[in-house]
Design a binder for this molecule. Structure first.
Ligand code: NAG
Ligand code: NAG
Length: 419
């Protein structure tokens, strides 16, 4: 089934930019999964945020002149005000994954796409791996993860054979993290569990292999909320740690979970992410998730052989929940979906519906297309010219970027850069 992605709704609307603090307008709502909270905005009014896609304007809030029909004095703000202009792409819907996944993880090795763990629902987490074969576009090869391995918010990276699986959240809802670290040999599907645990557990730490060492940095601390700034590394070879202990490295300038961490051409990049996250409700026996303030950021940091963090041009808008939502193609980083800053009035979480390109020759960001819907923690691969994404949590619809359904769907589009 082929269909044209996201009908663009290009009604022009006048915005007045004001910087005033909007906290007074807050309608505090607690939602994570399908929220049924009433939106206090007109749903037939969904303009694109019309500004240069390459320009990130830090949080000034565009407010319309419109007033609510109830005659009150409140100003209205489009639910979709953070959507950026971008070309529509032709998306092809493929066979869905065997299970829906949120906060899962993915590793591509050649034509095989390994999809790990994740929430099926807020009360149920997966403890297995599914494999998608990009050659014949089928799912199969399911196998179990070790019982002691975390189920979401994993740090994960591969050298092309071994997959390092670092720390993460153990169990459903907003349970605690484990420091346990495992290695999968994808040739034999054998797991090794004797890897030195991370010095302190972390949720969704940025994780990469760089210069023979496994690097782990940022993430959230044990309470799930407080950003971790620490950065550790350990020398690895053929799936084994060849040192006894993790080494302390230069801390990351800004901590927090859910960022893309990528090595290209011997440089390590950390993109986007957030500070703060849902926490377990104090005293809740099931560690029930409760929403806390989150600050999403657009920062891009890079380490090179000087081992000092350098600041690069920011992503066109703040973007988080992108740890497995990227690929590297022709010296460009491609990032798919995510979450951006919450809606300033409704306070609802806002998902991202764009595909971004970061051209590393020019250090230039662009929006290269729109997704069929907005989606976060999606899992992304690239094979034979096709960009694929599967899993994650999608929006409520074109006019409502708040999160709703956890999906298993797999989609692909022919990737094309303009420069
Ligand atoms: C992937 O699909 C191709 C084409 O059908 C097949 O030759 C190959 O063996 C498959 N790989 C795996 C690991 O199943
Ligand atoms: C990457 O480069 C190859 C070789 O020049 C080209 O064929 C391909 O279209 C490029 N990919 C994209 C996404 O532009």
């Amino acid at each position: 089934m082929v269909r044209q992605a996201s009908k663009s709704n290009q009604k022009s609307v006048r915005f007045v930019l004001i910087c005033a603090g909007l906290l007074g307008f807050a309608l505090l709502a607690n939602f994570f999964w399908a929220s049924s909270s009433h939106l206090s905005i007109s749903s037939n009014w969904a303009p694109r945020y019309s500004r240069s896609p390459n320009l990130y304007i830090p949080p000034k809030n565009p407010i319309s002149h419109k007033r609510p029909k109830d005659g009150s004095d409140r100003l209205l703000l489009s639910a979709t005000f953070q959507d950026l202009v971008g070309p529509n792409l032709e998306w092809e819907r493929m066979v869905a994954a065997p299970v829906p996944r949120l906060d899962g993880a993915a590793i591509q090795i050649n034509n095989l796409f390994y999809v790990f763990a994740g929430y099926g629902t807020i009360d149920y987490v997966h403890s297995h791996v599914d494999i998608y074969n990009f050659t014949d576009n089928t799912w199969g090869g399911r196998f179990d993860m070790p019982k002691e391995m975390a189920h979401s918010h994993l740090g994960m990276v591969t050298d092309g054979r071994y997959v390092y699986v670092v720390s993460g959240q153990y169990g459903p809802q907003c349970r605690g993290p484990t420091a346990r670290t495992f290695v999968l040999d994808t040739y034999s599907k054998h797991w090794q569990g004797d890897f030195p645990p991370l010095p302190i557990p972390r949720y969704a730490p940025a994780t990469q292999l760089w210069r023979g060492r496994l690097h782990v940095m940022g993430g959230s601390q044990e309470n799930r909320f407080t950003p971790g700034l620490e950065h550790w590394s350990i020398a690895v070879k053929n799936g084994k740690a060849i040192e006894k202990e993790w080494r302390t490295e230069i801390p990351i300038p800004r901590g927090g979970p859910h960022r893309a961490c990528i090595v290209v051409d011997d440089r390590l990049f950390v993109i986007g992410g957030q500070e703060g996250d849902f926490m377990a409700k104090p005293g809740s026996p099931i560690f029930k998730c409760s929403r806390r303030n989150e600050v999403v950021f657009a920062n891009v940091y890079m380490l090179d052989d000087e081992m000092k963090w350098k600041v690069l041009p920011p992503i066109p808008k703040p973007d988080s929940h992108i740890e497995f939502a990227w690929v590297v193609v022709n010296n460009s980083i491609v990032i798919v979906g995510g979450t951006t800053e919450k809606h300033p009035i409704t306070k609802k979480m806002v998902l991202v519906g764009e595909v971004f390109q970061f051209n590393l020759d020019k250090l230039k960001w662009s929006v290269i297309g729109k997704l069929p819907f907005r989606v976060k923690t999606t899992l992304v691969g690239f094979w034979n010219g096709w960009l694929y994404f599967t899993s994650g949590q999608r929006d409520k619809g074109p006019d409502d970027p708040a999160p709703k359904k956890v999906i298993a769907e797999m989609w692909r589009t022919k990737l094309k850069f303009n420069d």
